[in-house]
Design a protein around this ligand. Structure first.
Ligand code: S3P
Length: 167
């Protein structure tokens, strides 16, 4: 197994912010999966979904994870839907310690708001969509995780310190 730390969790659970802070605290490289996929494709996630659809995006995610095979000493922040495919979960487990950032639904709704950059939430009732997606994914996040961190109401610093104390 490689020695990376992989952050998983729903949209708006703080994966990118906490990943960046953790990488600074531990002096490790930070990799943001969504950013990397957008860079590779030279277009935004919204554009990818609009032009080629969700299945195409999901394949890009898997290809990106496969490309990390030799990666070590990094903090990897994933997209919220990475756990949909069992294949991805297996790759993540090989890459290192998987940490599930668990936030309450109200916190997620607050964090995400009316964000136009998240194609799955452009529905008539984004709050209901969040509740439904959370319910369908919760079990997957839990089964993929080595460590579960409750983030609701905690500061970035305290979450980072909690993660470090558990490594
Ligand atoms: C998605 C989450 C997003 C991004 C895409 C799909 C999802 O990442 O990958 O919009 O299916 O939950 P974040 O969790 O970083 O917002």
């Amino acid at each position: 197994m490689n020695d990376n730390i992989i952050l998983i969790g729903f949209m708006g659970s703080g994966k990118t912010t906490i990943g960046r802070a953790l990488s600074q605290a531990l002096d490790k490289t930070f990799i943001d999966m969504d950013q990397e996929v957008q860079k590779q494709e030279n277009r935004t996630i919204t554009e990818i979904f609009q032009t080629d659809g969700e299945t195409y995006f999901r394949n890009l995610e898997t290809e990106f994870l496969k490309s990390l095979k030799e990666m070590n000493n990094s903090i990897i922040s994933t997209g919220g839907g990475v756990i949909i495919k069992d294949e991805n979960i297996n790759i993540l487990k090989d890459l290192g310690t998987v940490i599930f950032l668990h936030a309450d639904v109200e916190q997620i709704i607050n964090n995400v708001g009316h964000d136009k950059s998240r194609p799955l939430l452009q529905t008539d009732d984004y709050k209901e969509t969040i509740r439904e997606l959370l319910e369908s994914r919760e079990g997957k996040y839990l089964s993929a995780a080595n460590i579960i961190i409750q983030t609701t109401g905690k500061s970035i610093v305290s979450i980072v310190n909690e993660i470090i104390s558990l490594l």
